[in-house]
Ligand binder design. Structure first.
Ligand SMILES: Nc1nc2c(c(=O)[nH]1)N[C@H]1C(S)=C(S)[C@@H](COP(=O)(O)OP(=O)(O)OC[C@H]3O[C@@H](n4cnc5c(=O)[nH]c(N)nc54)[C@H](O)[C@@H]3O)O[C@H]1N2
Ligand SMILES: Nc1nc2c(c(=O)[nH]1)N[C@H]1C(S)=C(S)[C@@H](COP(=O)(O)OP(=O)(O)OC[C@H]3O[C@@H](n4cnc5c(=O)[nH]c(N)nc54)[C@H](O)[C@@H]3O)O[C@H]1N2
Ligand SMILES: [Mo]
Length: 856
């Protein structure tokens, strides 16, 4: 496959993952009817097609009420119960009215921020809240500048290319004066920064060697710190459900499957014949270094691959052999650190070397202290194995996520709402277009030098965007304005944040060391949140706007972040709940209140949701119609919408046969990768020049700040907080799905049978999990499915503090550590934390996580 095709694939994958900032030609004239003429006639009785992160759905409505929700298609035997709880998502834990915290309403200039989460709430009319937010935002900007407005607003919002709450917020903030955003994400904070230095691309969100190639050529598949049978339930756009189909085929094949994970996950259980290998958490780097040492000293490694395709191996070898630090990274050394027999580590290295092996890695191991090292070492090991760029060999960092490896389809790609930086107006004051913003590879807005909102030529965007900081440094930034930090070779100065606007995310659940975050959360004068539900974040705000769920508005999405397989109508299923409004409506009204004309730019002269939907669809339709030989079932918009059915696109023989790094392997000079040397960098001059003490020029083992092998452990057990199987983070917590997993009406914590016995803990007991940072209640699941010394408490439980700060529901982030992976990437380290666990004594406090706050 040629370079152009490869870039196309890459581009397609990225666009699928983050549909932002796309500019399409104006409305095509292929169809006569104007979009706004379509109307929104709701189905009162019948079936409606829509899509969520968890796939395409068929929802049954009776008398205007949701009575059933099912998958629209069935691709494999692996079920996805997330698809069945649409009714609860619409009817439970909702915010009914716009609300303002009592002390804020009384005096916005001195709003008693320490009362956030404890104050009374006051119902205020929507119009008055719009005016209040516009006025206070303007005041903050006037007093403290645009760099005091934080709207990074990280989070998983809902699917849909129009009602994309985070982008809609950015669009409003850009038009009205600029804001401080954030860099990177929580998912792959370490890997997405280190990988470009090593292999020239971020890897984590890129198309993988196609599944048909793996199934045909691999002899061994290693699922390394990944739980695809759980994590493939969802995708960034909407899952195409191909991943389950391919893992099912893998199960039926003769390929040997090995899972390396401290937890005997759903994935191990699904592959009943899989080998489960359970290292100590956070020690994979040492295990891989042990393999590298063995392969080097035995002379078994692929010298030709190392010479032809990598750079700096010779500078890594002295470290491997212990010449630089007196410690050879041999099998015995690795064995002691990761608590696995040396013989086993050697056996694995031999097996990988002698058989075509695909190392499929998840991201848990890089969401840990020094998380950059895990994937850097994995690439180094894969290079020594010499199979990178061969069919079914090498490594892949996205088989567990958004159906990486499902071949890319040929068809149309729809656009999405963008966070256009600035509006341009003609003499009559009509909006005539936008200067489009610039985005980094994670879809983060990085600004554009352009004229200000009213054409006054401010350079506010440059000013505010210069302050963007790594997303997981939020608490540090709030607490330390003016502090200068290192980040990937640059210096970043924290702004002085006084106004936060958050939509589509749940930071009071997702961020590490919540007790510190709560302190930091008291610093700004104003916090505004849009959310459909009374989440912990909404409860800790000053002003909340109830928003519609995705089932209460019309939208459109693609499925398949990498495959671009379907275009799906997301039809409004039911009427809007109580006083909930669309984010698009809220921000349009805020524009009007802020400066009348802004709304013209915001809505491009009054476009409705249907105008946008049709525009995005038409652009894809025009692409498809002008591609010769493309056979699809794509129809003009009106027919597509009326039909209530997704469009399907098919893969091509080229994408079915695609091999990641295949072209590089064919010709490393012509198809050089994007590193300074054009080769895989086992030693990076760029990183060496940064002179960081916590991320050096080649992969290394660094002791994590807390781990089971340390001297003077501050607590007894290593807590992992993986992604929950029966939720998407905190989403779906408020549904009956919780009945399937809650223990003693709390989040379940897994503990090994022997450990439980030592602690006098029985299955089903209410337990206290604690360390120096905080404490939570959880329900014990006593099991042999977890390594001794390790406990598992999934992320995403709604934080539910009592007066002392104990979380009654079991949110693990009360216990995690809020320090960066290293100065290179500043990723979060949620999988690095030691905790204690004991049986809870006394009267169990009432769970209030899903109750409305006082006076709401
Ligand atoms: N300990 C630990 N912590 C972690 C992790 C871990 O592994 N361990 N993982 C991290 C990772 S990778 C991630 S991605 C984060 C996830 O953290 P988040 O993305 O913040 O989690 P979600 O629960 O998906 O939050 C989405 C919020 O958006 C709201 N929402 C949905 N639709 C709409 C809408 O249309 N409009 C508005 N205004 N709001 C809407 C939902 O109600 C919900 O409150 O967590 C991180 N935290
Ligand atoms: N059902 C469901 N699916 C999801 C999500 C969800 O919330 N629910 N979230 C989505 C998002 S935003 C993301 S970022 C991805 C996350 O995808 P991942 O980051 O891959 O998911 P995690 O659950 O954090 O970790 C995967 C596995 O790594 C293991 N692990 C943790 N630490 C170590 C270690 O040190 N060594 C080894 N070998 N294994 C370790 C955990 O036990 C877990 O089984 O999932 C996505 N998919
Ligand atoms: Mo994530």
């Amino acid at each position: 496959m040629n370079e152009k095709r490869r870039n196309l694939l890459k581009g397609a994958a990225l666009l699928g993952a983050m549909p932002v900032a796309m500019k399409f030609s104006p409305l095509s004239d292929l169809v006569g009817l104007s979009a706004s003429e379509l109307g929104t006639g709701l189905v009162k009785n019948g079936e409606v097609v829509t899509a969520a992160h968890w796939g395409m759905l068929k929802v049954t409505v009776k008398d205007g009420v949701i009575v059933k929700s099912e998958p629209l298609q069935k691709t494999s035997e692996i079920s996805n119960p997330l698809q069945n709880f649409t009714a609860d998502m619409v009817y439970k834990s909702r915010i009914k009215y716009p609300m303002v915290r009592k002390s804020y309403l009384a005096n916005p200039d001195s709003p008693k921020p320490e009362l956030r989460g404890r104050d009374e709430w006051v119902r205020v009319s929507y119009e008055d809240v719009i005016k209040l937010v516009a006025r206070e935002l303007k005041k903050t900007r006037k007093q403290k500048g645009n760099q005091s407005v934080f709207a990074g607003s990280y989070g998983w919002k809902s699917s849909g290319n129009v009602h994309n709450s985070r982008i809609l917020l950015h669009r409003f903030m850009n038009l009205s004066g600029g804001f401080v955003g954030s860099l990177g994400d929580y998912s792959t904070g370490a890997s997405q920064v280190i990988m470009p230095h090593v292999v020239g691309s971020i890897e984590v969100y890129e198309q993988q060697t196609s599944w048909p190639v793996v199934l045909e050529n691999s002899k061994v598949v290693v699922i390394w710190g990944a739980n695809p049978i759980s994590t493939l339930r969802i995708a960034w756009t909407s899952t195409d459900e191909q991943g389950f189909k391919y893992f099912e085929e893998l199960k039926k094949s003769n390929i040997e499957v090995i899972v390396i994970d401290p937890v005997r996950t759903q994935t191990v259980q699904y592959f009943d014949k899989a080998r489960w290998i359970a290292p100590r958490p956070n020690t994979d780097t040492a295990m891989m270094l042990g393999m590298c040492h063995y392969l080097y000293t035995s002379g078994k490694y692929d010298k030709n691959f190392i010479e032809t395709y990598t750079s700096g191996f010779d500078k890594f070898v002295p470290y491997l052999l212990g010449k630089t630090d007196g410690t050879p990274k041999n099998l015995e050394w690795a064995s002691k650190i990761c608590d696995l027999p040396a013989k086993l580590i050697k056996e694995l290295a031999d097996k990988f070397m002698d058989n075509r092996t695909m190392l499929m890695s998840g991201w848990g191991m890089q969401r840990a202290h020094h998380g950059e090292q895990a994937h850097w070492t994995m690439v180094t090991l894969a290079a020594m194995l010499g199979q990178i760029g061969l069919p079914g060999g090498g490594f892949g960092l996205s088989y567990h996520y958004s159906n990486g490896g499902a071949p890319t389809c040929k068809g149309g790609v729809i656009g999405g709402i963008n966070s256009s930086s600035v509006g341009n107006f003609d003499e009559q004051g009509n909006f005539i277009g936008t200067a489009f913003g610039e985005f980094d590879s994670h879809g983060q807005f990085i600004g554009k030098a352009a004229k200000g909102a009213a054409g006054t030529g401010q350079s506010w965007l440059q000013k505010a965007t210069k302050y963007a900081f790594p997303v997981a440094r939020i608490a540090d930034a709030l607490l330390n304005p003016g502090k200068v930090i290192d980040h990937n070779g640059k210096k970043i100065t924290y702004p002085d944040i006084d106004f936060i606007y958050w939509v589509g995310g749940n930071p009071l659940v997702h961020h590490q060391d919540i007790n510190t975050l709560v302190k930091a959360w008291r610093k700004p004068r104003t916090i505004v949140v849009n959310d459909p539900y009374w989440t912990p974040t909404a409860k800790m705000a000053d002003i909340v706007f109830p928003t519609t769920t995705q089932y209460e508005r019309n939208d459109i999405t693609m499925t398949g972040d990498y495959s671009n397989m379907n275009i799906v109508p997301m039809k409004q299923v039911v009427a809007k709940f109580a006083e909930a409004r669309d984010d698009y409506q809220i921000f349009s009204d805020l524009c009007k209140a802020y400066a009348d004309k802004l709304v013209l730019a915001y809505t491009e002269n009054g476009k409705t949701e249907f105008d946008w939907i049709k525009e995005y669809y038409d652009a894809a339709y025009a692409q498809v119609s002008s591609t010769p030989d493309l056979v699809t079932d794509m129809k003009p918009f009106e027919e597509f919408w009326a039909e209530n059915k997704p469009v399907n696109f098919a893969s091509t023989p080229e994408s079915d046969a695609w091999v990641r790094f295949g072209e590089f392997r064919e010709d490393p000079i012509l198809n050089a990768i994007g590193t300074p040397s054009g080769l895989i960098e086992i030693y990076s001059e760029t990183i060496a020049a940064m002179k960081y003490d916590d991320c050096k020029a080649h992969p290394m083992w660094f002791e994590p700040i807390e781990w089971l092998g340390m001297k003077n452990k501050p607590a007894e057990f290593h807590m992992l907080s993986p992604h929950p199987t029966d939720r998407l983070h905190s989403q779906l917590s408020n549904t009956a799905l919780r009945d399937r997993y809650a223990v003693a009406d709390r989040e379940p914590v897994w503990i090994n049978t022997k450990d439980a016995k030592k602690k006098g803990i029985k299955n089903g007991d209410l337990v206290r999990v604690y360390n120096a940072r905080g404490e939570v209640l959880a329900g014990a699941v006593v099991s042999d499915d977890i390594k001794e010394g390790v406990v598992k408490l999934d992320e995403g439980a709604w934080y539910d503090p009592d007066a002392s700060g104990l979380c009654k529901n079991g949110c693990p982030n009360v216990l995690t550590i809020d320090i960066p992976t290293s100065k290179l990437a500043n990723g979060n380290i949620s999988h690095t934390a030691l905790v204690n666990i004991e049986k809870f004594k006394g009267k169990a406090p009432e769970l209030t996580a899903f109750k409305d706050p006082k006076f709401a």
